[in-house]
Design a protein. Structure first.
Length: 303
């Protein structure tokens, strides 16, 4: 059975990724966690020859299998309950293929922490489709069981923490400058994801509440926009240009901070033509046609 998986940077022994595939009580988790520091030192001092030699460490209850990935200067470490675990050995090349596929995530100069979720999902999906290497009873509860060891202990790797904090600070800076409401919602959703990974429960709850406020505001705004647009189009079909103008004016005003400025200005120009007595008939006719073709799906205006 596969117990856990680690990825280390070879030369420095830096811990880049880990995943736990088995339920453990606090004592066993502490043993494996305590082994982590020694393992980093061992990895950084280990030398592999061109044959990509496999090293196995006997820990009594656990066996540690180490595979070198020279092209990326990485070491894949698999912890199992057998010295020679054929199912685990069979799946190892596929794990390495996934690591190579996500090469930028493991290069310090190109690290993109937001993409770790996709990498993580591919690893989990690979494991659960090879049922012989894990306890099948855990598959239905994979979202709770397949956690990082350090997340279970309330920690994440220092490198990933620094990257997440940097992303968080950048998002907070952008939040102060963004006036478009849908864009603010996207920022809050990213902050919720980041603070969850950082185990910042208070801030996570705060951003969830802010996001819900924005969602409520969006729902209300969509209802109002649809009302104004439907009423304006109905008035145009009845050639009631005054009523059409008033409703389109409200429509444009309600789009502020929800749509791009050039879109609002375009609709505002068409609206003004409805009450411009000096407007050529051809321009008025074109404006009416354009207004009637304004999309009825309100979501199309939201960024």
């Amino acid at each position: 059975m596969l117990i856990s998986l680690f990825v280390f940077q070879s030369e420095k022994g830096s811990h880049l990724y880990d995943k736990l595939f088995q339920e453990m009580d606090d004592e066993k988790l502490e043993i494996l966690s305590g082994f982590f520091s020694a393992l980093k030192t061992f990895i950084s001092g280990m030398k592999f020859d061109a044959s990509k030699e496999l090293k196995t460490i006997d820990l009594g209850e656990y066996f540690v299998h180490i595979y070198h990935i020279p092209d990326l200067s990485l070491d894949l470490v698999l912890v199992s309950d057998k010295p020679e675990d054929k199912p685990v050995g069979k799946i190892t090349p596929q794990i390495i293929d996934i690591i190579v596929k996500y090469k930028p995530l493991f290069l310090e100069s190109e690290n993109q922490p937001d993409q770790f979720k996709s990498f993580d999902e591919e690893i989990i999906n690979l494991i659960v489709t090879n049922k012989k290497i894990i306890d099948e009873s855990l598959i239905d509860d994979k979202s709770d069981i397949f956690k990082s060891i350090w997340s279970q202990k309330g920690e994440i790797s220092s490198k990933l923490r620094d990257d997440l904090l940097a992303s968080k600070n950048l998002l907070l800076s952008r939040l102060n400058d963004v006036s478009i409401i849908p864009e603010k919602l996207k920022i809050y959703e990213k902050l919720i994801d980041i603070t969850e990974k950082l185990n910042e429960k208070e801030e996570n709850n705060k951003y969830k509440k802010e996001a819900e406020k924005v969602n409520e505001e969006l729902r209300d705004r969509k209802i109002r926009l649809k009302h104004y647009l439907d009423t304006a189009k109905g008035a145009l079909r009845q050639k009631n240009y005054k009523e059409a103008y008033l409703n389109l004016l409200n429509f444009c005003l309600k789009l502020k901070n929800y749509a791009k400025t050039n879109v609002i200005n375009k609709y505002q120009t068409f609206t003004n033509l409805l009450v411009d007595k000096d407007a050529p008939k051809i321009e008025l006719s074109k404006a009416i046609s354009e207004i009637l073709m304004i999309p009825d799906n309100i979501d199309e205006y939201f960024l």
